[in-house]
Structure formats: C-alpha cells, structure tokens
Design a protein around this ligand. Sequence first.
Ligand SMILES: NC(=O)c1ccc[n+]([C@@H]2O[C@H](COP(=O)([O-])OP(=O)(O)OC[C@H]3O[C@@H](n4cnc5c(N)ncnc54)[C@H](O)[C@@H]3O)[C@@H](O)[C@H]2O)c1
Length: 277
Amino acid sequence: MSEQDGTEGAAPLDLRELSAHLRQPRLGGRVAIVTGAGHGLGAAYAERLAAEGASVAVAELDGDAGAAVAERITAAGLDAMAVTTDVADPASTEAMAAAVLARYGRIDVLVNNAAIFATVPMSRLPFDQIPVEEWDAMMAVNLRGTWLASRAVIPAMRARGYGKILNVSSGTALKGSASRIHYVTSKAGILGFTKTLAREVGPDGIRVNCVAPGNTLSEDDPAPDVLALRSSAAADRALRRVERPGDLVGAVVFFASSDSDFVTGQTLVVDGGALMH
Ligand SMILES: NC(=O)c1ccc[n+]([C@@H]2O[C@H](COP(=O)([O-])OP(=O)(O)OC[C@H]3O[C@@H](n4cnc5c(N)ncnc54)[C@H](O)[C@@H]3O)[C@@H](O)[C@H]2O)c1
C-alpha cells in the first residue's frame, strides 16, 4: 500500500490487487536504520528488516561488529550498509543520517535499539551504589541517544511526509526491577519520549511507537548466570518459555511497515504475557 500523508486514510484495494500487494516484500524500497545492530536484538531486527525487503543501515558503536552484520546480510543477497555510530554524540548521529542519505537517498524507518545493557555492560547494584558516572552514561546513551538519532533522521522523513520511528523500552520500566535503577529509569523515559515525539511529528506523517521486550536471551553465547537469569523469566509468563530475538522481530516489522500507519504513540509489550497492562 502506498505511503500515507497523514490526512488520507488507507485506500481500500480490491481483493486481487490486495493479494498481489501482499506477495511483494513488505518493506520493499524502504530504508531502515537500526542503531546498536552489531549485536543481540538489533542484529536480529536488521536481518529481518532486510529479509522483508528494506535496505538496512547497521548503526553501531562497535564498528567491526556492525560491519560483520552488514556483511552477513549482503552475503544473503540482501541490502545493507554499516555506519559506525555513537548515538550519544550529536555529530555522530548527524553523520549517520548523512551517510544513509548519501547511499540510499531516503530514510523511512529508525529503530532506536542502541543501549547500555549487555554488550556495553551495566552494574546490577542497589540504587545507592550505582556510580554517578554510570548513571550519566546510561542517560547519555539510552535516552539522549534515542533523542539524537531521532532528531538526525526527522528532517529527511519530514521532507517526504512519511516516517516510522520505533523506540525500545523494556518490561522493567513498566513493572520496576530491583538492582539497576539507572537502566530502568532510562527505559521509563523512553515511554514519555515516545508519546511526546509522536504528538510533535504526527502532523508530518511520522509515526513514533515503542516496543518493550521481556527478559530476552539475546546473547549468542551467554554466561551461565545470564542463561539462568533469562531462563528463570519463563516462570512468570503466560507462555512459559525463554524469550529469544525471533520473538520480537514480528512486532518490529509491524511497526516499520504500512500495516501500522494509523498507530502512533503506542508501546507494545512483547514478553510472552508476563506483564499485562
Ligand atoms: N535482552 C533483553 O532482555 C532486553 C529486555 C528489554 C529491553 N532490551 C533492550 O533491547 C535493546 C537491545 O538489547 P540486547 O539484549 O541486544 O543488548 P546489547 O547490549 O547486546 O545491544 C545493545 C547494542 O547497542 C550497542 N551500543 C551501545 N552503546 C552504543 C552507542 N553509544 N552507540 C551505538 N551503539 C551502541 C552495543 O554495542 C550493542 O550492539 C536495548 O535497548 C535493551 O535495553 C533488552
């Protein structure tokens, strides 16, 4: 279906036309940036968006890891580029957007996935033992980085009257989680950021939504304590199993595609039914 300009609803298609449309790649011709896509969940999002037909920019602090993910995608005959990016740095996020525009000429989708979480590790300590420097770094990457990356791509989206921004919060922000108050606070900030940005850029045809993953086994080779932590989460779920990156990619594609063009400011919890709100 064609892009919407924010004033027209999706036009009804006849069934034959609809069926032909559904046989095309859902994100064919679209350009998506996934931040923090060199590892874990971001790499899974980048691969799936590429498989759905998008040209994908892997924007990652760890340049070698980002290049490896982009190479894996192109080796499969799909389209990707790597752009080394520090989302906490305004100049770096501007350079990210410029590099993607230079290569592809447009930006349709931004997935704000980069965070201090596992690859760049965080302390799991009581609230009064978190180092001040780590609190500040957490906010700089997880919150400021989401704002800066959005700010960098919005002019290109505005110019075309269409865009999809998907932020990444966490189930912990909705229910609280002891021992990493800086991380949970940053992810709670993403909820307000999503709603506010959605209101500001909605008139420009830009949709801003959020996905809140549950405790997900995102590491390729998890340490035994990480594996135990992720596995134990299964007990609280309606669907009693470990959550893996593949459990999240469908929601990401939904928010990136035109199927969600009349959805904005929303947060979808994808956690097998641990949290129901
Ligand atoms: N895995 C889970 O259980 C879980 C649960 C809820 C939310 N999340 C969120 O999902 C996202 C991905 O998590 P993950 O499990 O893949 O963890 P991860 O730590 O492997 O992924 C984060 C990625 O961001 C990159 N990154 C860190 N700082 C950066 C910066 N300044 N600029 C650019 N890139 C940077 C890292 O190198 C890494 O590739 C994060 O936002 C995380 O908070 C994860």
